[in-house]
Design a binder for this molecule. Structure first.
Ligand SMILES: [Zn+2]
Ligand SMILES: [Zn+2]
Length: 301
């Protein structure tokens, strides 16, 4: 069932850019104004979402917390880690189209932008890891890599970015359909939770979303600063246990940079990788095929 992937891959040294601006065509004044407006909207959204978490003190029930944890797994675990990252970005396994679309919708519900934008910016990160062109290297500071890059107008050029790095998704009519109507499942989930009661909305939508933001952002920040390296991946990526716990195994980030197309990120016995466990389970059900793993651990997977 598993397929061995090649030896550790060092960051490519060609196709360097001298400035992030090299990646994107020059903008007109009107477009620059729109990008600035987009950055403000995103900043207001993020500040409001974090302030909204305070409501958790006033609207609380254990049932709502449990629902929040479950939706965190669906949107963060299945949607972002399994769907957006290991499937759509790296194609580390194959699955039926309907299941790919299901995972994509789960990822949309994490409210981290469209799958096309997410995949494009993450592929840019791998291509230019910790070099000029990397959207979120901590060499520009912890907070830059954690979240401030999200408000950089250049990385809001979603059309340019998507065309350059995610052409495969743009060619897929199903993916384009999901991107076009991405607000529909988000609004339906929000309304469904409000119908259950405000505590379900606060824990299942707002707090769950903010925790998932930081779980994802720590992969970009902490996992490029602290931890250990098993491989010389040619960048600052590290393996960091607490990020792996928070992000369903994504914190084994140095392993991932070394073997980018591997479905398995935790490669030592103690490097627990719940997303890979899920992929193994899916392969038993026949929903995951051609699962990629590195040669040296292939025998134990
Ligand atoms: Zn990746
Ligand atoms: Zn990285």
């Amino acid at each position: 069932m598993s397929t061995a992937v090649s030896e550790p891959k060092k960051t490519v040294k060609n196709d360097r850019v001298t400035s992030i601006s090299d990646l994107f065509p020059a903008k007109t004044e009107k477009e620059i104004k729109q990008q600035k407006m987009g950055a403000w909207v995103r900043a207001i959204w993020m500040i409001s979402a974090h302030l909204g978490c305070i409501a958790g003190f006033f609207f609380f029930s254990w049932k709502a917390v449990f629902v929040g944890v479950f939706i965190y797994w669906i949107t963060g675990g299945l949607g972002i880690c399994l769907g957006f990252h290991r499937l759509l970005t790296h194609r580390s396994f194959q699955c039926p189209k309907w299941f790919e679309y299901f995972l994509t919708v789960c990822g949309i519900l994490a409210l981290q932008g469209s799958q096309v934008y997410w995949v494009a910016s993450h592929r840019a990160h791998h291509l230019y890891s910790d070099q000029e062109g990397d959207p979120h290297s901590p060499r520009k500071g912890f907070w830059w890599s954690h979240c401030m890059w999200l408000f950089d107008t250049k990385w809001l050029s979603t059309d340019d970015l998507s065309a350059r790095f995610a052409g495969d998704l743009l060619k897929d009519p199903g993916q384009r359909f999901i991107e076009k109507f991405q607000l529909v499942p988000i609004v339906l989930l929000g309304m469904g939770l409000i119908a259950l009661g405000w505590e379900y909305f606060v824990w299942g939508f707002v707090i769950r979303m903010v925790v998932c933001y930081h779980g994802t952002w720590f992969v970009n920040s902490a996992s490029h600063i602290w931890g250990y390296q098993n491989y010389d991946s040619g960048d600052d990526s590290k393996n960091l246990w607490w990020v792996a716990l928070l992000s369903f195994g994504e914190g084994w980030h140095n392993n991932h940079h070394a073997f980018q197309s591997s479905a398995r990120h935790g490669l030592r016995w103690w490097e627990v990788d719940t997303t890979f466990i899920t992929i193994k389970f899916l392969s038993l059900l026949g929903l995951a095929k051609n699962v990629q793993v590195p040669k040296e651990v292939g025998a134990t997977s």
